[in-house]
Design a protein around this ligand. Structure first.
Ligand code: FMN
Length: 170
C-alpha cells in the first residue's frame, strides 16, 4: 500500500474488539511519533499510554469518546518546553503534539490498527484524574485497537471538499 492508499484507507473507528495491541506494535507506533518534526526540534510532546484497566476505566468515565478501546493515547505537551512564535506569541505545543499524533495514527494504520482522534473531553478533568503536572497540557486522545467486525466509517469519511474550495495557488 502506498502512502496515498494508506491515508485513504484510514477512517475514524468508533467500535473496537477487546483484543490488546501487541507490545512491538505499540512500540513502533510510539517510535513513529518520536521521529515527527517539532518546532525548533523542541519535542515538547508527552504521551501517556493508557492500557491498564484502571486508566482505561478512568478515561471511559471522563468521555464516551474513548469507545472502550484497548489502548488510548493521551497526547499532551509540556508548554514550557515548546517554541513560541515571537511574531504572534503563539506556542507551538498543540501543533507539535498534532503532528506526533498524526505520525502515530498513520503508523498504526499501516500495522492494521485503527484509531480515532478525539478532542471531546474535559481537559481539566483529565489533568486532575491523571495527576498531570501543571505545565503538561492535554490536547487529544487517540483510542486505538483492532476495529470491530461491524465497525464502519461514518458518512463524513467520504465527504471531503474539492481542492478548489480549500487550496489557493497564488
Ligand atoms: C482535531 C480533531 C478532533 C476530533 N474529535 C473527535 C471527537 O471528539 N469524537 C469523535 O468521535 N471524532 C472526532 N474526530 C474525528 C472526526 O470527526 C473525523 O476525522 C472526521 O469526521 C472525518 O472522518 P474520518 O476520520 O472517518 O475520515 C476528530 C478529528 C480531529 C482531527
Amino acid at each position: 500500500m502506498n502512502f496515498y492508499e494508506l491515508a485513504q484507507e484510514r477512517y475514524s473507528a468508533r467500535k473496537y474488539k477487546p483484543a490488546k495491541i501487541e507490545e512491538e506494535k505499540i512500540n513502533l507506533i510510539l517510535e513513529a511519533g518520536r521521529i515527527a518534526p517539532t518546532a525548533t526540534n523542541a519535542q515538547p510532546q508527552r504521551i501517556y499510554v493508557l492500557t491498564g484497566d484502571e486508566a482505561l476505566k478512568k478515561i471511559n468515565e471522563i468521555t464516551p469518546y474513548a469507545f472502550h478501546a484497548p489502548l488510548v493515547m493521551l497526547v499532551c505537551a509540556d508548554i514550557s518546553k515548546a517554541w513560541k512564535n515571537p511574531f504572534n506569541g503563539r506556542n507551538s505545543a498543540e501543533m507539535d503534539a498534532s503532528i506526533v499524533t498524526t505520525h502515530m495514527m498513520l503508523q498504526a494504520k499501516e500495522l492494521g490498527i485503527d484509531s480515532v482522534w478525539v478532542c471531546y473531553f474535559d481537559t481539566e478533568k483529565v489533568k486532575k484524574k491523571f495527576n498531570l503536572p501543571e505545565n503538561i497540557e492535554p490536547y487529544c486522545l487517540m483510542p486505538m485497537g483492532y476495529a470491530a467486525d461491524d465497525a464502519t466509517p461514518s458518512p463524513r469519511h467520504s465527504q471531503r471538499k474539492p481542492l478548489d474550495e480549500t487550496v489557493t495557488f497564488i
